[in-house]
Write a protein that binds this ligand. Structure first.
Ligand code: M6R
Length: 366
């Protein structure tokens, strides 16, 4: 059932090219320039007239929601707020009847997300689900939805669910952007073509696995890690840190790179590995100056960079390359080495990768 892999997590990391292909199959017709998704098409006026999009989710699904915030706002110019379901449900939130609420949940059984959905429905909002498990409670409770079609995810640490959630949300954002005319026709086509190339680019990113094993060996005994990213890759920094915490029990924090100087920089010394997402598109020069700040305080730098990068390589202790793509889709690639890094560190520390202590695959209690 693990298909020759030692762990479900590793299997699921390697399944991402196929999972993403399954996510967009039949929905994205690249040559015709069409995105079709029944759950969106049937409710298109609700999406097009949305005052805001509110995204509710927990954990990794919340991180996918944060990536989606950047994508929706950039492509479709719809204001987005991303909420922890557990906070939203108890905050007496402002919800308008013309808000579209998107609930993201791999399992479709998360109690807090379910409660947030019920609250949004009571207030008259339209609630759309992005779930992986077909027929799950959340998929039934929402007015409409789109499945990720990632196949079963068994490892407690979410991997392919995250990248397929981002894929579904990107498709929705592209569809709305086209309908609203907020992106040009040529950009629309460019994005479709780029999304179609992502599975192969993930395959290429997976080829760094051996090299990532070396990085893991070098830093596995650190007691803290910092993860930094900006823009579309800020949520990826959060996700990388969560992966490491969950399965290796090493304390890790994710930050927007520019926030470092407002506090976390005080933590940096020669014992602190800092994983910096520094792809060429998206605040590249600014991230380089963040890297210089880390280096001058003797922090260890692991750069996640675009293939062929030279500048970061000169400064960093290690670099891990990912192929080039449009900025909005870089999270689908930069996430891959972070998943592998946490996997190898946990394995070297002899932790139970698929079933970390204190955690369950779906959190059905609040
Ligand atoms: O099934 P869900 O997507 O609703 O689950 C949400 C979180 O419990 C989940 O993403 C959790 O954070 C994962 N263990 C992260 O790897």
């Amino acid at each position: 059932e693990k298909n020759g892999y030692d762990h479900f997590m590793l299997k699921e990391i390697y399944e991402q090219p196929d999972a993403i292909t399954d996510t967009y199959r039949g929905r994205m017709l690249v040559d015709q320039g069409i995105v079709r998704m029944a759950g969106v098409d049937d409710n298109i006026s609700k999406f097009l007239n949305a005052r805001r999009i509110l995204i509710v989710a927990c954990g990794t699904s919340w991180h996918a929601g944060l990536v989606a915030e950047y994508i929706f706002e950039d492509f479709a110019r719809i204001p987005v707020e991303v909420e922890y379901a557990s906070e939203f449900r108890y905050r007496n939130p402002v919800i308008y009847r013309d808000d579209v609420v998107i609930a993201i949940s791999q399992s479709g059984e998360t109690a807090d997300t379910m409660a947030a959905i019920k609250l949004a429905k009571e207030k008259g909002a339209f609630v759309f689900g992005v779930c992986n498990v077909v027929g799950s409670s959340i998929s039934r409770e929402t007015h409409a939805g789109a499945y990720t079609h990632a196949g079963p995810e068994i490892g407690v640490a979410s991997t392919k669910a995250f990248t397929t959630q981002i894929t579904v949300l990107s498709l929705i954002a592209l569809k709305l952007a086209k309908e609203k005319g907020t992106i040009s026709n040529s950009d629309f086509h460019l994005y479709l073509r780029e999304l179609e190339l992502i599975p192969n680019k993930i395959k290429e990113a997976l080829q760094s696995n051996e090299h990532i094993t070396d990085v893991a060996r070098k830093y596995k005994d650190a007691s803290n890690f910092l993860y930094l990213g900006r823009g579309f890759n800020f949520p990826v920094a959060l996700e990388g840190a969560l992966k490491l915490k969950e399965i290796s029990y090493i304390h890790a924090e994710g930050y927007p790179a520019a926030e470092m100087k407002h506090g976390p920089i005080a933590l940096i010394d020669e014992m602190m590995p800092v994983v910096v997402i520094a792809t060429r598109k998206g605040h590249y020069e600014k991230v380089i100056s963040n890297i210089q700040e880390i280096k001058s305080r003797k922090g260890k730098i692991i750069g996640i960079v675009t293939k062929g990068d030279k500048e970061v390589r000169e400064l960093a202790d290690y670099v891990i390359e990912v192929p080039e793509t449009v900025e909005a889709f870089t999270p689908l690639l930069t996430t891959i080495p972070l998943q592998l890094l946490s996997y190898h560190i946990a394995l070297m520390l002899d932790k139970n990768v698929d079933q970390p202590r204190n955690l369950a695959k779906s959190v059905t209690v609040e």
